[in-house]
Design a protein around this ligand. Structure first.
Ligand SMILES: Cc1cc2nc3c(=O)[nH]c(=O)nc-3n(C[C@H](O)[C@H](O)[C@H](O)COP(=O)(O)OP(=O)(O)OC[C@H]3O[C@@H](n4cnc5c(N)ncnc54)[C@H](O)[C@@H]3O)c2cc1C
Length: 390
């Protein structure tokens, strides 16, 4: 057979290969677009489930508040209402009981429901279970969704205080559980994606800039995990600094990892960053505002105590709630939470036990300079006034 005949025969065969490759590429693209649409739905389901969960607490909190505030004596004395109030009290009593590894049975239940929502959203909807990539992508989406949720829980100026009566402080166990869950999703995403790439000899993809940003975000998560386990209880201030710095790194690199806004994953990170940024700005503005013409008289008390009396109080300060105290002469870049003992528009009183860094230095300073006046400020947190129930 002449060479020209061979060349003529190979042209249709080349065309067939090209057509098959194009068909495969379009199939892969269609599968990707379908998986993307399913993951958007999963993220929406996650947001709706969390909103519903919060809604349940809001209904319970507001019905309790409205009942104790506005229900007439006749309604309160009726048999039906008395029965319901007894059931509600019994439920609260049971939920407040301590549980292993948790502050209370109520806290444990909240974390269990949160984890269940995550499991359900992870495995439902159409996922391609025939390869690792389907579940890997779903884990990535849920990591992003959880970052927004964790941020929402950590806000000091939180609408949850009014909606549910819980301050950021009482939400901390859920914040921690959500943190561990997010780290798990990030690791699963990384491991399953790598396994998939390795199967097709495509591990080089991990060196692409977009993927490197993702890996940096994963490292940030890992550092937060290690510092939470090893440092939180022994060096809180260092843990806190690492937490803030790594959070900022994660937000920036996660946004760069999924920077295409049309794919929608970026929305979760933008929402998280915007919530966190505005909370920080608001807190800084308040500390600045309450630092104006504010002075703290510092008096040492027996047994390592220090009394602080500020000359200006936040407008919504209530004894029993807490505020963040800033005394730059003791610690320039730290604020610490303390319970308000007493307050009026022109004074706010705190009693502080010497514990470690800031509180120890404050007490020693008070011992050396009893009755001294220092520049100070406070930041109030959003807390529901529990007196409103009575
Ligand atoms: C809501 C709330 C109200 C409080 N009220 C009082 C009070 O009225 N009187 C009092 O003596 N103490 C109070 N504390 C505890 C007080 O905040 C800590 O003892 C203080 O911050 C310790 O700081 P440090 O530098 O001495 O020690 P660190 O080593 O910095 O911290 C020791 C421990 O204090 C806690 N802590 C420190 N900083 C913070 C922070 N920014 N947010 C949350 N927890 C932190 C952590 O559990 C940490 O492990 C309160 C804490 C909270 C969360």
């Amino acid at each position: 057979m002449s060479s020209s005949t061979t060349a003529a025969a190979s042209v249709p065969s080349k065309n067939a290969t090209a057509i098959a490759a194009a068909a495969m590429a379009s199939k892969i693209n269609a599968a990707r677009a379908y998986a993307q649409a399913q993951n958007v739905i999963a993220a929406k389901h996650f947001a709706a489930a969390m909103a519903g969960f919060i809604g349940l607490f809001a209904i319970f909190h507001w019905s309790r508040f409205l009942y104790s505030r506005y229900a007439s004596k006749t309604i309160k004395d009726s048999k039906i209402m008395k029965g319901q109030v007894s059931i509600a009290r019994l439920t609260r009593h049971v939920l407040n009981h301590p549980a292993p590894y948790f502050k209370s049975i109520g806290h444990a239940l909240v974390v269990i429901v949160y984890l269940l929502i995550n499991v359900v959203v992870t495995v439902t909807g159409n996922i391609d279970w025939t390869s690792q990539i389907g579940i890997a992508k779903r884990c990535g989406w849920l990591a992003f969704s959880n970052i927004a949720f964790i941020t929402f829980l950590a806000l000091k100026n939180t609408p949850l205080a009014y909606l549910t009566g819980f301050s950021y402080e009482s939400l901390n166990p859920l914040h921690q559980a959500a943190g561990y869950t997010t780290v798990t999703y990030v690791f699963l995403h990384l491991i399953l994606e790598s396994a998939y790439m390795s199967k097709f000899n495509e591990l080089f993809v991990l060196t692409e800039q977009e993927q490197v940003y993702g890996i940096v975000a994963g490292c940030g998560m890992f550092i937060i995990l290690v510092s939470a386990i090893c440092l939180r209880s022994i060096r809180y201030e260092i843990f806190y600094l690492i937490h803030i710095a790594m959070y900022a790194v994660i937000i920036v690199t996660a946004a760069l990892h999924r920077s295409d806004i049309t794919k929608q994953a970026l929305y979760a990170i933008l929402v998280a960053g915007a919530m966190w940024g505005s909370d920080r700005i608001l807190r800084a503005c308040r500390v600045l505002w309450y630092s104006y013409d504010n002075r703290a008289i510092i008096t040492p008390l027996p047994h390592g105590g220090t009394r602080i009396k500020l000359s200006r109080a936040p407008s919504r300060a209530i004894p029993g709630n807490h505020c963040f105290l800033w005394i730059p002469q003791i610690r320039l870049i730290e604020t610490h939470p303390f319970t308000i003992v007493n307050c009026s528009p022109s004074s706010l009183e705190l009693v502080i036990s010497a514990y470690d860094g800031f509180t120890n230095d404050l007490h020693n300073y008070a011992l050396k300079n009893p009755g001294v006046t220092l520049r100070a400020s406070v930041d109030e947190t959003e807390e529901f006034d529990t007196q409103a129930y009575h």
